[in-house]
Design a protein around this ligand. Structure first.
Ligand code: FES
Length: 239
C-alpha cells in the first residue's frame, strides 16, 4: 500500500471586506462550495453543506462561534465542524489565514490534485498598465506578456477614402497592435484572474479583447527539470 503525501495548499479566496461581521458567504473552489464566516474572533471556513440534509450553512444565522442551519436549525460549531444541537454530525473545516486584507484557505491536497489552466488574453495595449495592476491586486504575480498584431472579424481597421465624389477606395490597417498576456494557474485561481482581466479591460466597445482558458497537462521547471504539477506560491507558476 502506498502512502500519498499530502500538503496544505493556501489559496486566496476573498478580500476580508467581502464578508460582513457575524455573517457568512459562499465561496467556490473547484467543485467545492465553502462557507466563509467572519466572527468577532476571526474568520472560519466549513463546507457549505449542513451534516443533516446539506443545508447552505453560509446563509445561516451566527451566534458566538456557531452557525444555525437555515433549513432545520441545527447548530454547528464553526471551529471543529461538530453539531452542537439538533442532531449528530460533522462538517469539514478548513484552516484560514489572513494576510493584510486578503483571506486564504488551506486545502489539503496531493500533488496531482491541482488541475492547472492556461489563461491567454488578447487585449488593447493601452490597458496593459491597468491589467498588470489588477492582476497584482488580485494576488496573481506571475505572468508573461508580449506585444503582438492581430485582428478580429472586422479585418482590422477598414475605411473609405473619397478621391472624387464618385471615386472611393477602401483603405485600412489589416493588423492592429495588441497585447497578449499568458498566465498558468491552479484552476482555483482562474475566476479571480478572469475577473481581474475583465475589470481592467472592459470598455464595452469593439476591440476590448478576448480571454481563452485551456487545460495544462504538465508544468516543468527548466532550472531543475522537475515536473511541477503543483504550485506552492500564490499567483501561479512562472513561465
Ligand atoms: S439541513 Fe441543516 S438542519 Fe437540516
Amino acid at each position: 500500500m502506498t502512502t500519498e503525501s499530502r500538503e496544505v495548499h493556501w489559496v486566496y479566496v476573498a478580500e476580508k471586506g467581502l464578508v460582513p461581521k457575524n455573517e457568512g458567504r459562499k465561496i467556490l473552489w473547484g467543485d467545492r462550495q465553502i462557507a466563509l464566516f467572519h466572527l468577532a474572533h476571526g474568520f472560519f471556513a466549513v463546507d457549505n453543506k449542513c451534516p443533516h440534509k446539506q443545508g447552505p450553512l453560509a446563509d445561516g444565522i451566527t451566534a458566538g462561534g456557531a452557525v444555525y442551519c437555515p433549513l432545520h436549525n441545527w447548530k454547528i460549531d464553526l471551529a471543529n465542524g461538530c453539531a452542537l444541537a439538533g442532531g449528530e454530525g460533522k462538517v469539514r473545516t478548513y484552516p484560514v489565514r489572513l494576510e493584510g486584507e486578503k483571506v486564504y484557505l488551506g486545502f489539503e491536497i496531493t500533488e496531482t490534485q491541482i488541475p492547472m489552466k492556461e489563461v491567454m488574453a488578447i487585449l488593447r495595449p493601452s490597458q496593459w498598465g491597468r491589467t498588470k495592476q489588477k492582476l497584482t491586486e488580485a494576488g496573481i504575480l506571475a505572468f508573461t506578456q508580449r506585444r503582438v498584431f492581430g485582428r478580429g472579424k472586422q479585418r482590422g481597421l477598414q475605411y473609405w477614402v473619397a478621391k472624387k465624389k464618385t471615386d472611393r477606395s477602401e483603405m485600412g490597417i489589416s493588423f492592429i497592435p495588441k497585447r497578449i498576456v499568458i498566465l498558468v494557474l491552479p484552476e482555483s485561481q482562474v475566476n479571480t484572474a478572469v475577473n481581474a482581466l475583465i475589470e481592467a479591460n472592459q470598455t464595452g466597445a469593439i476591440g476590448d479583447g478576448k480571454i481563452f482558458v485551456s487545460p495544462v497537462e504538465e508544468v516543468i521547471q527548466v532550472r531543475t527539470g522537475l515536473n511541477e504539477n503543483r504550485v506552492k506560491e500564490m499567483g501561479g507558476a512562472p513561465l
